[in-house]
Ligand binder design. Structure first.
Ligand SMILES: C[S@@+](CC[C@H](N)C(=O)[O-])C[C@H]1O[C@@H](n2cnc3c(N)ncnc32)[C@H](O)[C@@H]1O
Length: 336
C-alpha cells in the first residue's frame, strides 16, 4: 500500500523503469493534486505546521517577520531609499511575511501565484525556498558519479544505482564539492541555479536575501550520506522514500553554488553568516524593542520566539546576502 502520489510514481516506474530522485521529489512535493505542498493549500491537517516539526510559524512569527523587515529596511536605506522598491518573496507559502513586508510593494511567489517581475529594484527574499527544490542524487563509485534512482519493489520504494549522471550534474558536483570520495552521496540542485540566473536577470539593482539550511563547499565533507531529510528532519535517506506526498523532503542548500552561480549572474556576495548574526545585527540598535514591544502577555511570547530564533534556528540557518552589481561594475561572467 502506498499513497496516491506513490501510486502515480509506482505506475511511472512500472512503465518506464526507475525514476530520478528529482522526479520522485517533484511528484512527492508538488504534484498538482497529491503533492505535499499542494495538499498543504487544502488539507485541514496543516502540512505547513508539520514541515516545521522543527520550527512552526507559531514559534517564530511575528518576530521573524519584524526582524527580516528591519534587515530589508537597512538595505533600502543603503540603496538610497529609492522611490521604486519591491520585495519579492520566493516560496512565500502561507504568506506569513505579508504583514511585515506591507510597507513595500510585496510580491509573494509560490507555485500557482505571483511571478518574479521581468525587471525591478528591491529585494528578493526567501526563507526555506531553495532547500525545498527537487534535487538529483548521486553516489561516487569507482571513479564516477552514478545516478541514485528510485525503484519500486515489493510494494516499497528503494534506491537503485544507475549509470553515469547527466553532464550538467557532473559539472555541478565537480564544481561545488571538494574532490569526490568513494561511496559518498551527493545532491545537485540544478533548479537553484536556474533561480539564481532568473534573479540576476530580473534585479536591476538591489539584493537577494536568502535564509536557509545549508553548507559551503568545505563544510559539505560533514555529510558523507548526503543531506536528504524527511519532515522529521532525521538524517535518514531511506525515510524520504516513504509515504510520498505525506511528508516534506528537503536537501540542505549548497551555498557555494548559490554564491558562485550568483556571481556569474551579476550578484556579488556581500555577506554570508548565521541567522543569529543577522538577527543580532538588526536587533542590537534598539535592543530588540521593535520586535518585542507589545502587551505584557504577548511580549513574553515574543521573547520566547526571539530565543528560538537566536538559539534554536540561529546557528543552523544561514543568511546569504548578494548585491546586484550596477552596470559597468565587474561581475557577470559565464559559468561555462
Ligand atoms: C519549505 S516551504 C517554505 C515556505 C515559507 N517560506 C516558510 O518559511 O514557511 C517552500 C515553499 O516553496 C514553494 N515552492 C517550491 N517550488 C517552487 C517554485 N518552483 N516556484 C515557486 N514556489 C515554489 C513551495 O510551494 C513552498 O511553499
Amino acid at each position: 500500500m502506498t499513497t496516491p502520489a506513490g501510486e502515480l510514481l509506482a505506475g511511472e516506474i512500472r512503465r518506464n523503469g526507475p525514476v530520478s530522485f528529482r522526479r520522485f521529489m517533484e511528484v512527492a512535493l508538488y504534484h498538482a493534486e497529491h503533492g505535499y505542498y499542494r495538499r498543504a493549500q487544502r488539507a485541514p491537517s496543516d502540512p505547513f505546521g508539520k514541515h516545521g516539526d522543527f520550527f512552526t510559524a507559531e514559534q517564530i512569527q511575528p518576530v521573524f517577520g519584524i526582524l527580516m523587515a528591519a534587515r530589508i529596511r537597512q538595505l533600502y536605506r543603503e540603496m538610497g531609499e529609492p522611490r521604486e522598491f519591491t520585495v519579492v518573496e520566493l516560496g512565500a507559502g502561507r504568506r506569513e511575511m505579508a504583514e511585515a513586508f506591507s510597507e513595500w510593494r510585496y510580491i509573494p511567489v509560490d507555485l500557482d501565484s505571483g511571478r518574479l517581475p521581468e525587471k525591478f529594484r528591491g529585494v528578493v527574499f526567501s526563507n526555506e525556498f531553495f532547500d525545498a527544490l527537487p534535487v538529483e542524487v548521486a553516489v561516487y563509485r569507482d571513479g564516477a558519479f552514478l545516478e541514485q534512482r528510485v525503484a519500486f519493489e515489493d510494494g516499497r520504494f528503494r534506491w537503485q544505482t544507475g549509470g553515469a549522471v547527466h553532464e550538467e550534474v557532473e559539472q555541478y558536483l565537480r564544481r561545488w564539492f571538494p574532490p569526490p570520495e568513494e561511496g559518498r552521496w551527493y545532491e545537485a540542485n540544478l533548479e537553484a541555479l536556474g533561480w539564481m540566473e532568473r534573479i540576476g536577470r530580473a534585479l536591476e539593482s538591489g539584493y537577494a536575501l536568502t535564509v536557509d539550511y545549508g553548507y559551503t563547499r568545505a563544510e559539505s565533507v560533514r555529510f558523507p550520506a548526503g543531506t536528504l531529510m524527511g519532515y522529521r528532519r532525521h538524517m535518514a535517506r531511506e525515510d524520504v522514500l516513504e509515504d510520498p506526498g505525506e511528508r516534506d523532503i528537503t536537501a540542505h542548500v549548497n551555498f557555494t553554488a548559490l554564491e558562485e552561480c550568483g556571481a556569474a549572474c551579476g550578484l556579488r556576495r556581500e555577506r554570508f553568516e548565521t541567522l543569529a548574526r543577522t538577527i543580532v545585527t538588526v536587533g542590537e540598535g534598539d535592543q530588540f524593542a521593535a520586535a518585542l514591544n507589545s502587551a505584557p502577555a504577548e511580549e513574553l511570547r515574543r521573547r520566547m520566539q526571539l530565543k528560538t530564533l537566536l538559539f534554536g534556528m540561529g546557528e543552523t540557518y544561514r543568511v546569504l546576502l548578494q548585491r546586484r552589481e550596477r552596470a559597468g561594475e565587474p561581475g557577470e561572467k559565464s559559468l561555462k
